[in-house]
Design a protein around this ligand. Structure first.
Ligand code: ATP
Ligand code: MG
Length: 566
């Protein structure tokens, strides 16, 4: 690949709208260009990286019996209406009309399409299990497209769907997928963890996410410091035996607390610890207000509230909704003497609190010495709070630590969530009709490229591992107009490519400084510079990762390359 004949538009300046390193470098090194918010073109180097990632994904999917297909992006609305997702998916679903005014969506995911495909063809248990996968462009009108390829509105995903006649068969494929995902992310050289996740809007129960550990990750992973337990913080169970306080219950009393609203205000004003205060929140749970309590030093996890109440939608109430439901302003809310008829649930920790401080449902007043059971009673005590660093690990081994992660893959057991409403059925071996039992498995291929760029970089640019780079060698004659240098460079280019190394040959009439800076930005594992010692057949070799430079003789080049690349 001659640099003068390909398209690698490098930039000296950092584009002002690129906030993170991976995004800056992918733009500056000429891998990608933004077309519009969340929509990108992959230039030759970017496309080569995608192909390498996709090749590994394909190999591992094929190895567990996946069959590759390519389904349409353009999807008729009828399919989405069958599952109801046309109405519930929200504005992330890109919708459009054809010339006959029929409604369509641009596929953000393919459960509907793949189920409709099978239901007409796969009607016997004898044809199951079946795993189909594709690598394809997806569309999601993300509220906040950001960080370049990490959250696009048009992006590339590998999505796989499996169909089964029994739960056991699904379990088997799920385990195979999990192992295939481990293999993929290991082969990509990523520093990742598989974590227990929430199934979110897609439905279903058993699910794992694959997270690349990174400071800029949007997700928080709670992991044990002494076992392999790891979960998305949204899902991490809190498994703590709170000791009941030895304190005797004191008489409740109402104290004036002018202007005091938050837990921090209360604890400062009354000189008590946050863990001696009760935090009271109101959520609107499937349109009904529910009061939720936790200790002042804890935070309520709305996903746990949703799961505890088996609800569809849970949202924090607005101040107006709080007032309407409880008759009280948000800052003075507390569990004592709330109007009857409002459901109240509390985190386990609240049950063992003694003589706690709470809002008095009266602006400017709090209660001290409030005791659960005596002064208020929750309908139930549940695990409702976010886990915190230092909590015991839910598996009983070690304590919890936090790390940030980028979600690059997600596997779900869907069960019959899609096959049932879509009438995707087969005849079992007793001749009975059953809905397919399904699984679905995604990898954000373009997000993986960004995650790799985030991990493989330094202050001068990208620095790919030798197993995963858009090319192996960057060949640079210092001065292309120097006949001796050009001749040796040409000769080496032919030699290197004849040995099937992928070589980027910088044959541009640029200054050496520009070419070296571009080489550092682009990040190929090995740079071979043909300079002053060309006449002696000696080149300078720089290893991008370590920055180490050595001189190699022309005659020893192929041996040296073999020992470096293996
Ligand atoms: P997120 O929580 O990041 O929005 P998601 O749960 O919506 O992800 P899935 O529906 O599970 O994602 O999609 C499968 C995979 O596709 C994700 O694990 C992620 O790697 C990738 N992905 C999802 N949304 C995007 C996006 N907007 N841009 C790039 N990749 C994405
Ligand atoms: Mg999403």
């Amino acid at each position: 690949m001659k640099q003068s004949r390909t398209f690698i538009p490098t930039l000296r300046e950092t584009p002002s709208d690129a906030e993170i390193r991976s995004h800056q470098y992918l733009l500056r090194a000429g891998y990608i260009r933004q077309n519009t918010s969340g929509v990108y073109s992959y230039l030759p180097l970017g496309k080569k990286m995608l192909k390498k990632i996709e090749a590994i994904v394909r190999e591992e999917m094929d190895a567990i019996g996946g069959a590759e297909v390519l389904m349409p992006s353009l999807q008729q609305a009828e399919l989405w209406k069958e599952t109801g997702r046309w109405y519930t998916y929200g504005p992330e679903l890109m919708r459009l009309h054809d010339r006959h005014d029929r409604e369509f969506a641009l596929g953000p995911t393919h459960e509907e399409v793949v189920t409709s495909l099978l239901r007409d063809e796969v009607k016997s248990y004898k044809k199951l299990p079946l795993t189909l996968y594709q690598i394809q462009t997806k569309f999601r009108d993300e509220k906040r497209p950001r960080f370049g390829l990490l959250r696009g509105r048009e992006f590339i995903m590998k999505d796989a769907y499996s169909f089964h006649d029994t739960k056991e068969s699904l379990d088997e494929t799920y385990e195979d997928m999990k192992q295939a995902y481990m293999n993929i992310f290991t082969r990509l050289g990523l520093n990742f963890r598989s974590v227990i996740a929430d199934s979110g809007a897609i439905g279903g129960k058993d699910t794992h996410e694959f997270m690349v550990l990174s400071e800029i990750g949007e997700d928080t992973i709670a992991y044990s410091d002494s076992s392999d337990y790891a979960a998305n913080i949204e899902m991490a169970e809190v498994n703590v035996d709170y000791p009941v306080s030895e304190q005797a219950e004191k008489a409740i009393s109402k104290v004036e607390t002018p202007g005091v609203r938050t837990i921090a205000d209360v604890s400062e004003f009354l000189g008590v610890r946050p863990e001696d205060c009760i935090k009271t929140l109101v959520f609107i749970v499937d349109e009904e207000p529910v009061v939720v309590l936790c200790r002042g030093d804890h935070d309520i996890n709305d996903i746990k509230v949703k799961n505890a109440l088996d609800a569809k939608v849970v949202e924090l109430a607005t101040p107006e909704q709080v007032k309407e439901a409880t008759g009280t302003d948000i800052g003075s809310l507390g569990p004592v003497k709330l109007p009857t008829g409002i459901r109240m649930i509390a985190d386990h920790a609240v049950r063992s609190m003694r003589n706690a401080v709470t809002g008095a449902n009266d602006e400017g007043w709090h209660y001290t010495n409030t005791n659960p059971g005596r002064d208020f009673s929750a309908d139930s005590y549940e695990d409702l709070r976010f886990i915190m660093e230092g909590d015991p690990s839910p598996d009983g081994k070690g304590v919890i630590k936090f790390a940030r992660g980028i979600e690059v893959g997600h596997i779900f057991k869907l069960g019959t969530t899609y096959s049932e409403p879509m009438d995707g059925k087969f005849l079992d071996n007793n001749g009975r009709q059953q809905p397919y039992i399904m699984g679905c498995y995604g990898i954000g291929v373009s997000r993986v490229l960004a995650a790799m760029a985030e991990q493989f970089q330094d202050d001068s640019g990208l620095a790919w591992p030798k197993e995963m780079a858009p090319a192996d060698i960057h060949l640079i004659p210092v001065n292309i107009k120097d006949e001796e240098q050009r001749q040796l460079a040409d000769e080496l280019y032919h030699l290197i490519t004849s040995y099937r190394y992928d070589c980027l040959y910088d044959d541009r009439p640029e200054r050496a400084g520009v070419k070296f800076a571009d080489a550092d930005l682009i990040g190929l594992p090995l740079r071979i510079t043909v300079g002053k010692k060309a006449a002696e057949g000696i080149v300078e070799v720089k290893f991008r990762k370590t920055g180490e430079t050595v001189e190699w003789k022309k005659e020893e080049l192929t041996d040296k390359l073999r020992s470096f690349f293996g």
